[in-house]
Design a protein around this ligand. Structure first.
Ligand code: DHE
Length: 539
């Protein structure tokens, strides 16, 4: 007898339901817990709960380690290391915390699949390529637009960097994560936690969503082909679940190719179904993307020259680097790519020109650079820096093997910060300051604080200040972005979904507040991306 898929699914669901009942969870509670786990926990701990940036949460392992329901409730309420205090912050209710503690001690539910067919069926072109403008129709200075993520609203706001006016709000999807620009800056490419990718056209009279595709069920990264001759031809999305990368048409987001990243941890031979794609950058030296495969600890160089040609080889070079790769950015020369292996407490360096693994540099606990910050130091030459989630340190690394070989790929300076819990640091060639946030530090006062170090004199004490109004709004100051000419930088006040907050604009020379962007639409602002700086990798 051949059993239909529906019968199998029914049996599986019933089995899972029975398991859940065994842990005292009804099917409805199980659904709620799965939802909360996906929204708050899976990013760090993985859908299969094997751990990555966060710890392993498999029920057997928890039980073996003597982690009781009460212990789990206390951790979820009060936070731990870089993990937010979900209870204290008011994000989860005591009942939800109770539910989550039970859920963690229950068998791990099977995450659903998402096929190439599913992507095709969830792909839409809103404005065909031949109906898009051939030159900018907007009269605004679109190269100084900022794309501001309104995380919990599932929106991206386009704000005019010259006038600070809201130009347009576009619906993007659940918990939009990052924006990246096409090489000419015309398009913003958007990716959200729900795996939905979009293209926003900034040349239209007003910014317009021109295409969208639901590429996976969970994702964090997107980029485009930037090598000469291939500009904007392809886009690539790095998926968390299912673990794969998907190549799309760069103008329409039509899915072209799906490549699984399931595989083995080279050092242990362990097979990983959850082997997620973290950060992606697009090489300027060859038609290649650099993909960082988190759990497996590999950096993949994906040659996209032949990617949609039948019968041509798909050339992927896999380099074993370090485990739990996360975020990273280019050095000043845009040849060397530096990426955080956050649990290994290392920064990995890849040479995009030769395709070689150059160095693995020990830094502090849980490095988290965002894309990092680049400048030329009077003694060390070109340097790149990262902050850390768990340590109160900024590691400054020499990046000029030719001109300053004695400092290359070494931590030339470890700066002490007043708090741990940094997520992003940023500078601009025209600003003398390195700006640092503390959104995951353990106190609200630290979360509301920003610090600035003088780039050419790292011995000097920083200037730190609590942003007025942030504490009252229960907001964490997060993610710094400079405007096109580097005269000002913007920081988001990340509050909760019921409260509008603000984006504060500072003078990049004096650090004085210049303006505040407010309005009932400013809800949960997180990342902000200036068109010119994002297109040109200026950070
Ligand atoms: Fe992010 C970048 C993953 C939590 C805001 N985030 C990235 C990148 C990855 C990543 C892989 C690099 C993309 C690239 O360059 O191609 N982020 C994750 C997670 O897995 C994690 C830890 C947990 C999760 O569940 O998502 C996580 N990230 C957060 C947040 O809590 C932040 C502050 C708000 C949010 O959206 O949830 C956040 N992440 C950002 C931002 C960037 C980012 C703003 C881009 C920084 C930049 O300047 O490029």
């Amino acid at each position: 007898m051949r059993w239909s898929k529906a019968i199998w699914v029914g049996i599986l669901a019933a089995a899972l339901g029975a398991l859940a009942f065994a842990q005292g969870l009804t099917p409805e509670q199980m659904e709620e817990a799965k939802q909360i786990y996906f929204q708050q926990c899976a990013g760090c701990h993985g859908v299969l709960r094997k751990g990555a940036t966060g710890k392993n949460l498999e029920p057997d392992k928890l039980k073996e380690a003597g982690k009781t329901e009460d212990y789990l409730k206390a951790i979820i309420t009060n936070g731990f290391g870089g993990m937010p205090a979900w209870g204290k912050l008011g994000i989860l209710t005591p009942e939800q915390i109770d539910l989550m503690a039970k859920f963690l001690l229950s068998p791990v539910p099977e995450p659903p699949p998402w096929t190439f067919e599913d992507i095709k069926n969830n792909w839409k072109v809103y404005v065909p390529v031949n109906q898009r403008p051939t030159k900018p129709e907007t009269t605004r200075n679109w190269q100084n637009f900022f794309g501001v993520i309104l995380r919990d609203m599932g929106q991206v706001a386009i704000v005019d960097g010259d006038t600070k006016e809201l130009v347009k709000i576009l619906p993007t999807g659940y918990a939009t994560h990052i924006l990246r620009s096409s090489k000419d800056g015309r398009y913003f490419y958007v990716i959200g936690r729900d795996g939905k990718a979009e293209i926003i056209d900034l040349w239209s009279k007003e910014p317009t969503l021109v295409a969208e595709a639901k590429v996976c069920l969970d994702a964090r990264s997107i980029d485009t082909s930037k090598y000469e001759g291939y500009e904007g031809k392809y886009a690539v999305v790095g998926c968390y679940w299912p673990s794969n990368f998907v190549v799309l048409d760069g103008q329409t987001l039509e899915p072209l190719k799906m490549v699984s990243t399931e595989g083995y941890v080279q050092s242990t031979g362990e097979f990983l179904r959850e082997n997620r794609v973290a950060s992606i950058v697009s090489s300027h030296f060859s038609p290649e993307w650099i993909l960082n495969i988190k759990e497996g600890g590999q950096t993949w160089l994906v040659d996209y020259a032949n990617i949609d040609l039948k019968g041509k080889p798909l050339n992927v070079r896999m380099i074993d680097t370090e485990r739990f790769l996360h975020d990273g950015g280019w050095a000043l020369d845009k040849r060397y790519f530096l990426v955080a292996a956050n649990t290994a407490k290392k920064i990995v360096v890849i040479d995009a020109k030769t395709g070689e693994f150059v160095a693995s540099i020990p830094v502090g606990d849980k490095p988290h650079p965002g894309r990092g910050a680049n400048w030329v130091h009077p003694e060390y030459g070109p340097v790149w820096a990262t902050g850390h989630i768990k340590d109160n340190k900024i590691a400054v690394i020499g990046t000029d093997p030719k001109g300053h070989p004695e400092y290359a790929w070494k931590v030339v300076k470890m700066i002490e910060t007043p708090y741990p819990g940094n997520l992003f640091i940023k500078t601009h060639p025209k600003s003398p300051w390195l700006i640092v946030d503390f959104p995951v530090a353990p106190t609200p006062e630290a979360n509301a604080t920003l610090c600035a170090w003088q780039k050419d004199d790292l011995e000097k004490d920083p200037i730190c200040w609590q942003v007025p109004g942030a504490l009252e709004k229960k907001a964490r100051m997060v993610h710094i972005e400079f405007n096109k000419d580097g005269t000002e930088f913007w920081v988001s006040a990340w509050g909760n979904v019921n409260t509008s907050t603000f984006i504060v604009v500072y003078d990049a020379q004096t650090l004085k507040e210049k303006a505040r962007i407010t309005g009932d639409w400013v809800i949960t602002p997180t990342g902000k991306f200036n068109v010119y700086n994002t297109a040109n990798d200026i950070y």
